[in-house]
Design a protein around this ligand. Structure first.
Ligand SMILES: *Cc1c(COP(=O)(O)O)cnc(C)c1O
Length: 465
């Protein structure tokens, strides 16, 4: 027998299952009641009413036995917890940043970074927006400007690096408002809202040169940067022989700092951090942390959470883990494609994104086709997905109108190390069945709209049954 890793038989998981969590099965009648009670918003469904939960890959990973053992090593000292130093060492070693500030999750780090770097009237370019990131930029007085390549807005484009920054768009902004009004570019790895699409190292190098010339910082949203590194290894000439860990370092070395939601790449249920190389920025961030997060050596986390995160960094960098993780996502995507379901191409790292506008062409964007489709999927099979389209994009602060983004998507997000291939089959069969009956899916009207990040709590009713 050859060495298994050399033989690479398939994307099969590099783990076995030691403990299971039992699921409750529901009937269609129950789910019809549940979706009405939830206002047709999958965020408002109780977990006990869900069979396969593809709402998000955030905080939903299965931790390893080593991580669970790490929880027992939690040093719950208010100040100077041993686990903070483990985490600091892991971040310094693998990401390469000098300074680490833990936060309760990604948006805690975004809040602090935005408050420190953005002045009212500033512009913050980004390779597509992320909901919480943009909100914190706006609350700090900044205006977000999208500088991602055009291909990212086209679900059918097969561009291998749809997360790339369009340097000409960035330059247009810098020429127009002046570099002094652009404190940093917010650069996201495996761009979530574009369908989990990576940027290339070549693009980052070009961006780095541009930003150095103009005195603009590069702040990385490193939430899924390890998955981005895996795509670079797979797709970018010259990177096939490098390890994911080496590529991660090369990315971070070209940036000035990062915010991260550890609930994604890092295989933990809670946590995040801000990391940077500038000591003055770090000191000011540590100081703001005591206002919003907690003392700078725990940042809203228990010691045990930091230990699990430090171990999660090591596990996330194992290539067989990434191969299985991304292999499972591609398995689901390929099944849906074979059934003719329109999905965002190429298939990204953290989920399969259904093009709801193409799935439900009879609905206007203000009938919220992606929201309607996510609700229909839940009723059909108890699979919970989520909307990433007109509801998530919210209203333009200037005009007060729906932003009606080009991408109107339903995200089937795959938690890491949680579901089996058979679960993916259930999902694909349900959605393929709905696709055959798609004309019967009605649009929705929003009947309750909260002020911030409305997609989490908005409520809807069907337009006509
Ligand atoms: C989840 C996420 C965040 C926010 O992190 P939280 O931990 O949910 O606060 C920021 N950026 C991206 C790309 C994300 O996916």
């Amino acid at each position: 027998m050859p060495e298994t890793s050399a033989a690479k038989p398939s994307w099969a998981e590099p783990f076995k299952i030691k403990m299971v969590e039992l699921l409750r099965m529901t009937t269609r009648e129950e789910r019809e009641r549940v979706i009405v009670a939830a206002g047709y918003n999958t965020f408002l469904i109780r977990s006990r009413d869900v069979y396969i939960d593809l709402l998000t890959d955030s905080g939903t990973a299965a931790m390893s036995d080593r991580q669970w053992a790490g929880l027992m090593l939690g040093d719950e000292a208010y100040a100077g917890s041993e686990n903070y130093y483990h985490l600091e060492a892991a971040v310094q070693k693998h990401y390469g940043y000098k300074f680490l500030l833990p936060t309760h999750q990604g948006r805690g780090a975004e809040n602090i970074l935005s408050q420190l770097l953005i002045k009212p009237g500033d512009y913050v370019p980004g390779n597509m927006y992320f909901t919480t990131t943009r909100l914190h930029q706006e609350r700090a007085g900044g205006a977000f400007v999208d500088v991602i390549v055009d291909e990212a807005h086209d679900p059918a484009s097969e561009h291998p690096f749809k997360g790339n920054v369009d340097i000409a768009k960035l330059d247009r902004l810098v020429q127009e408002v002046g570099a002094a009004r652009v404190p940093y570019i917010s650069l996201e790895g495996n761009v979530n809202m574009a369908g989990g699409q990576p940027f290339s190292m070549a693009n980052l190098k070009e961006l780095h040169a541009y930003c150095r010339r103009h005195g603009v910082l590069i702040m990385l949203d490193a939430t899924r940067i390890i998955e981005n590194a895996f795509f670079i290894k797979e797709r970018e000439p010259g990177y096939g022989a490098k390890s994911v860990g080496q590529i991660l370092r090369e990315i971070c070395d070209l940036t000035d700092g990062a915010t991260i939601s550890a609930k994604k790449d890092l295989l933990v249920n809670i946590g995040g951090f801000l990391a940077c190389n500038d000591e003055d920025l770090f000191k000011r961030a540590q100081n703001l942390a005591v206002v919003y997060e907690g003392l700078h050596t725990y940042g809203g986390l228990a010691g045990r959470d930091m230990e699990a995160m430090a171990l999660g960094i090591e596990e996330a960098l194992m290539e067989e883990h990434q191969a299985a993780r991304i292999g499972q996502v591609r398995y689901l995507g390929a099944k849906l494609e074979a059934a003719g379901v329109p999905i965002v191409k190429p298939i990204g790292s953290h989920g399969v994104f259904i093009d709801a506008a193409a799935f439900l062409p009879h609905l206007d964007r203000d009938d919220y086709p992606a929201q309607a489709l996510a609700a229909a999927i839940y009723v059909d099979s108890g699979v919970r997905a989520m909307e990433r389209g007109n509801v998530s994009a919210g209203r333009d602060p200037q005009t007060g109108r729906n932003r009606r983004p080009e991408l109107e998507l339903v995200r089937l997000t795959i938690p890491r190390r949680v579901y089996t291939q058979a679960h993916m089959d259930v999902v694909a069969e349900s959605i393929a069945g709905l696709f055959a009956r798609r004309d019967n899916i009605p649009g929705l009207r929003m009947v309750y709209e909260p002020e911030y990040l409305r997609f989490f709590q908005a409520r809807f009713e069907p337009i006509s049954p």
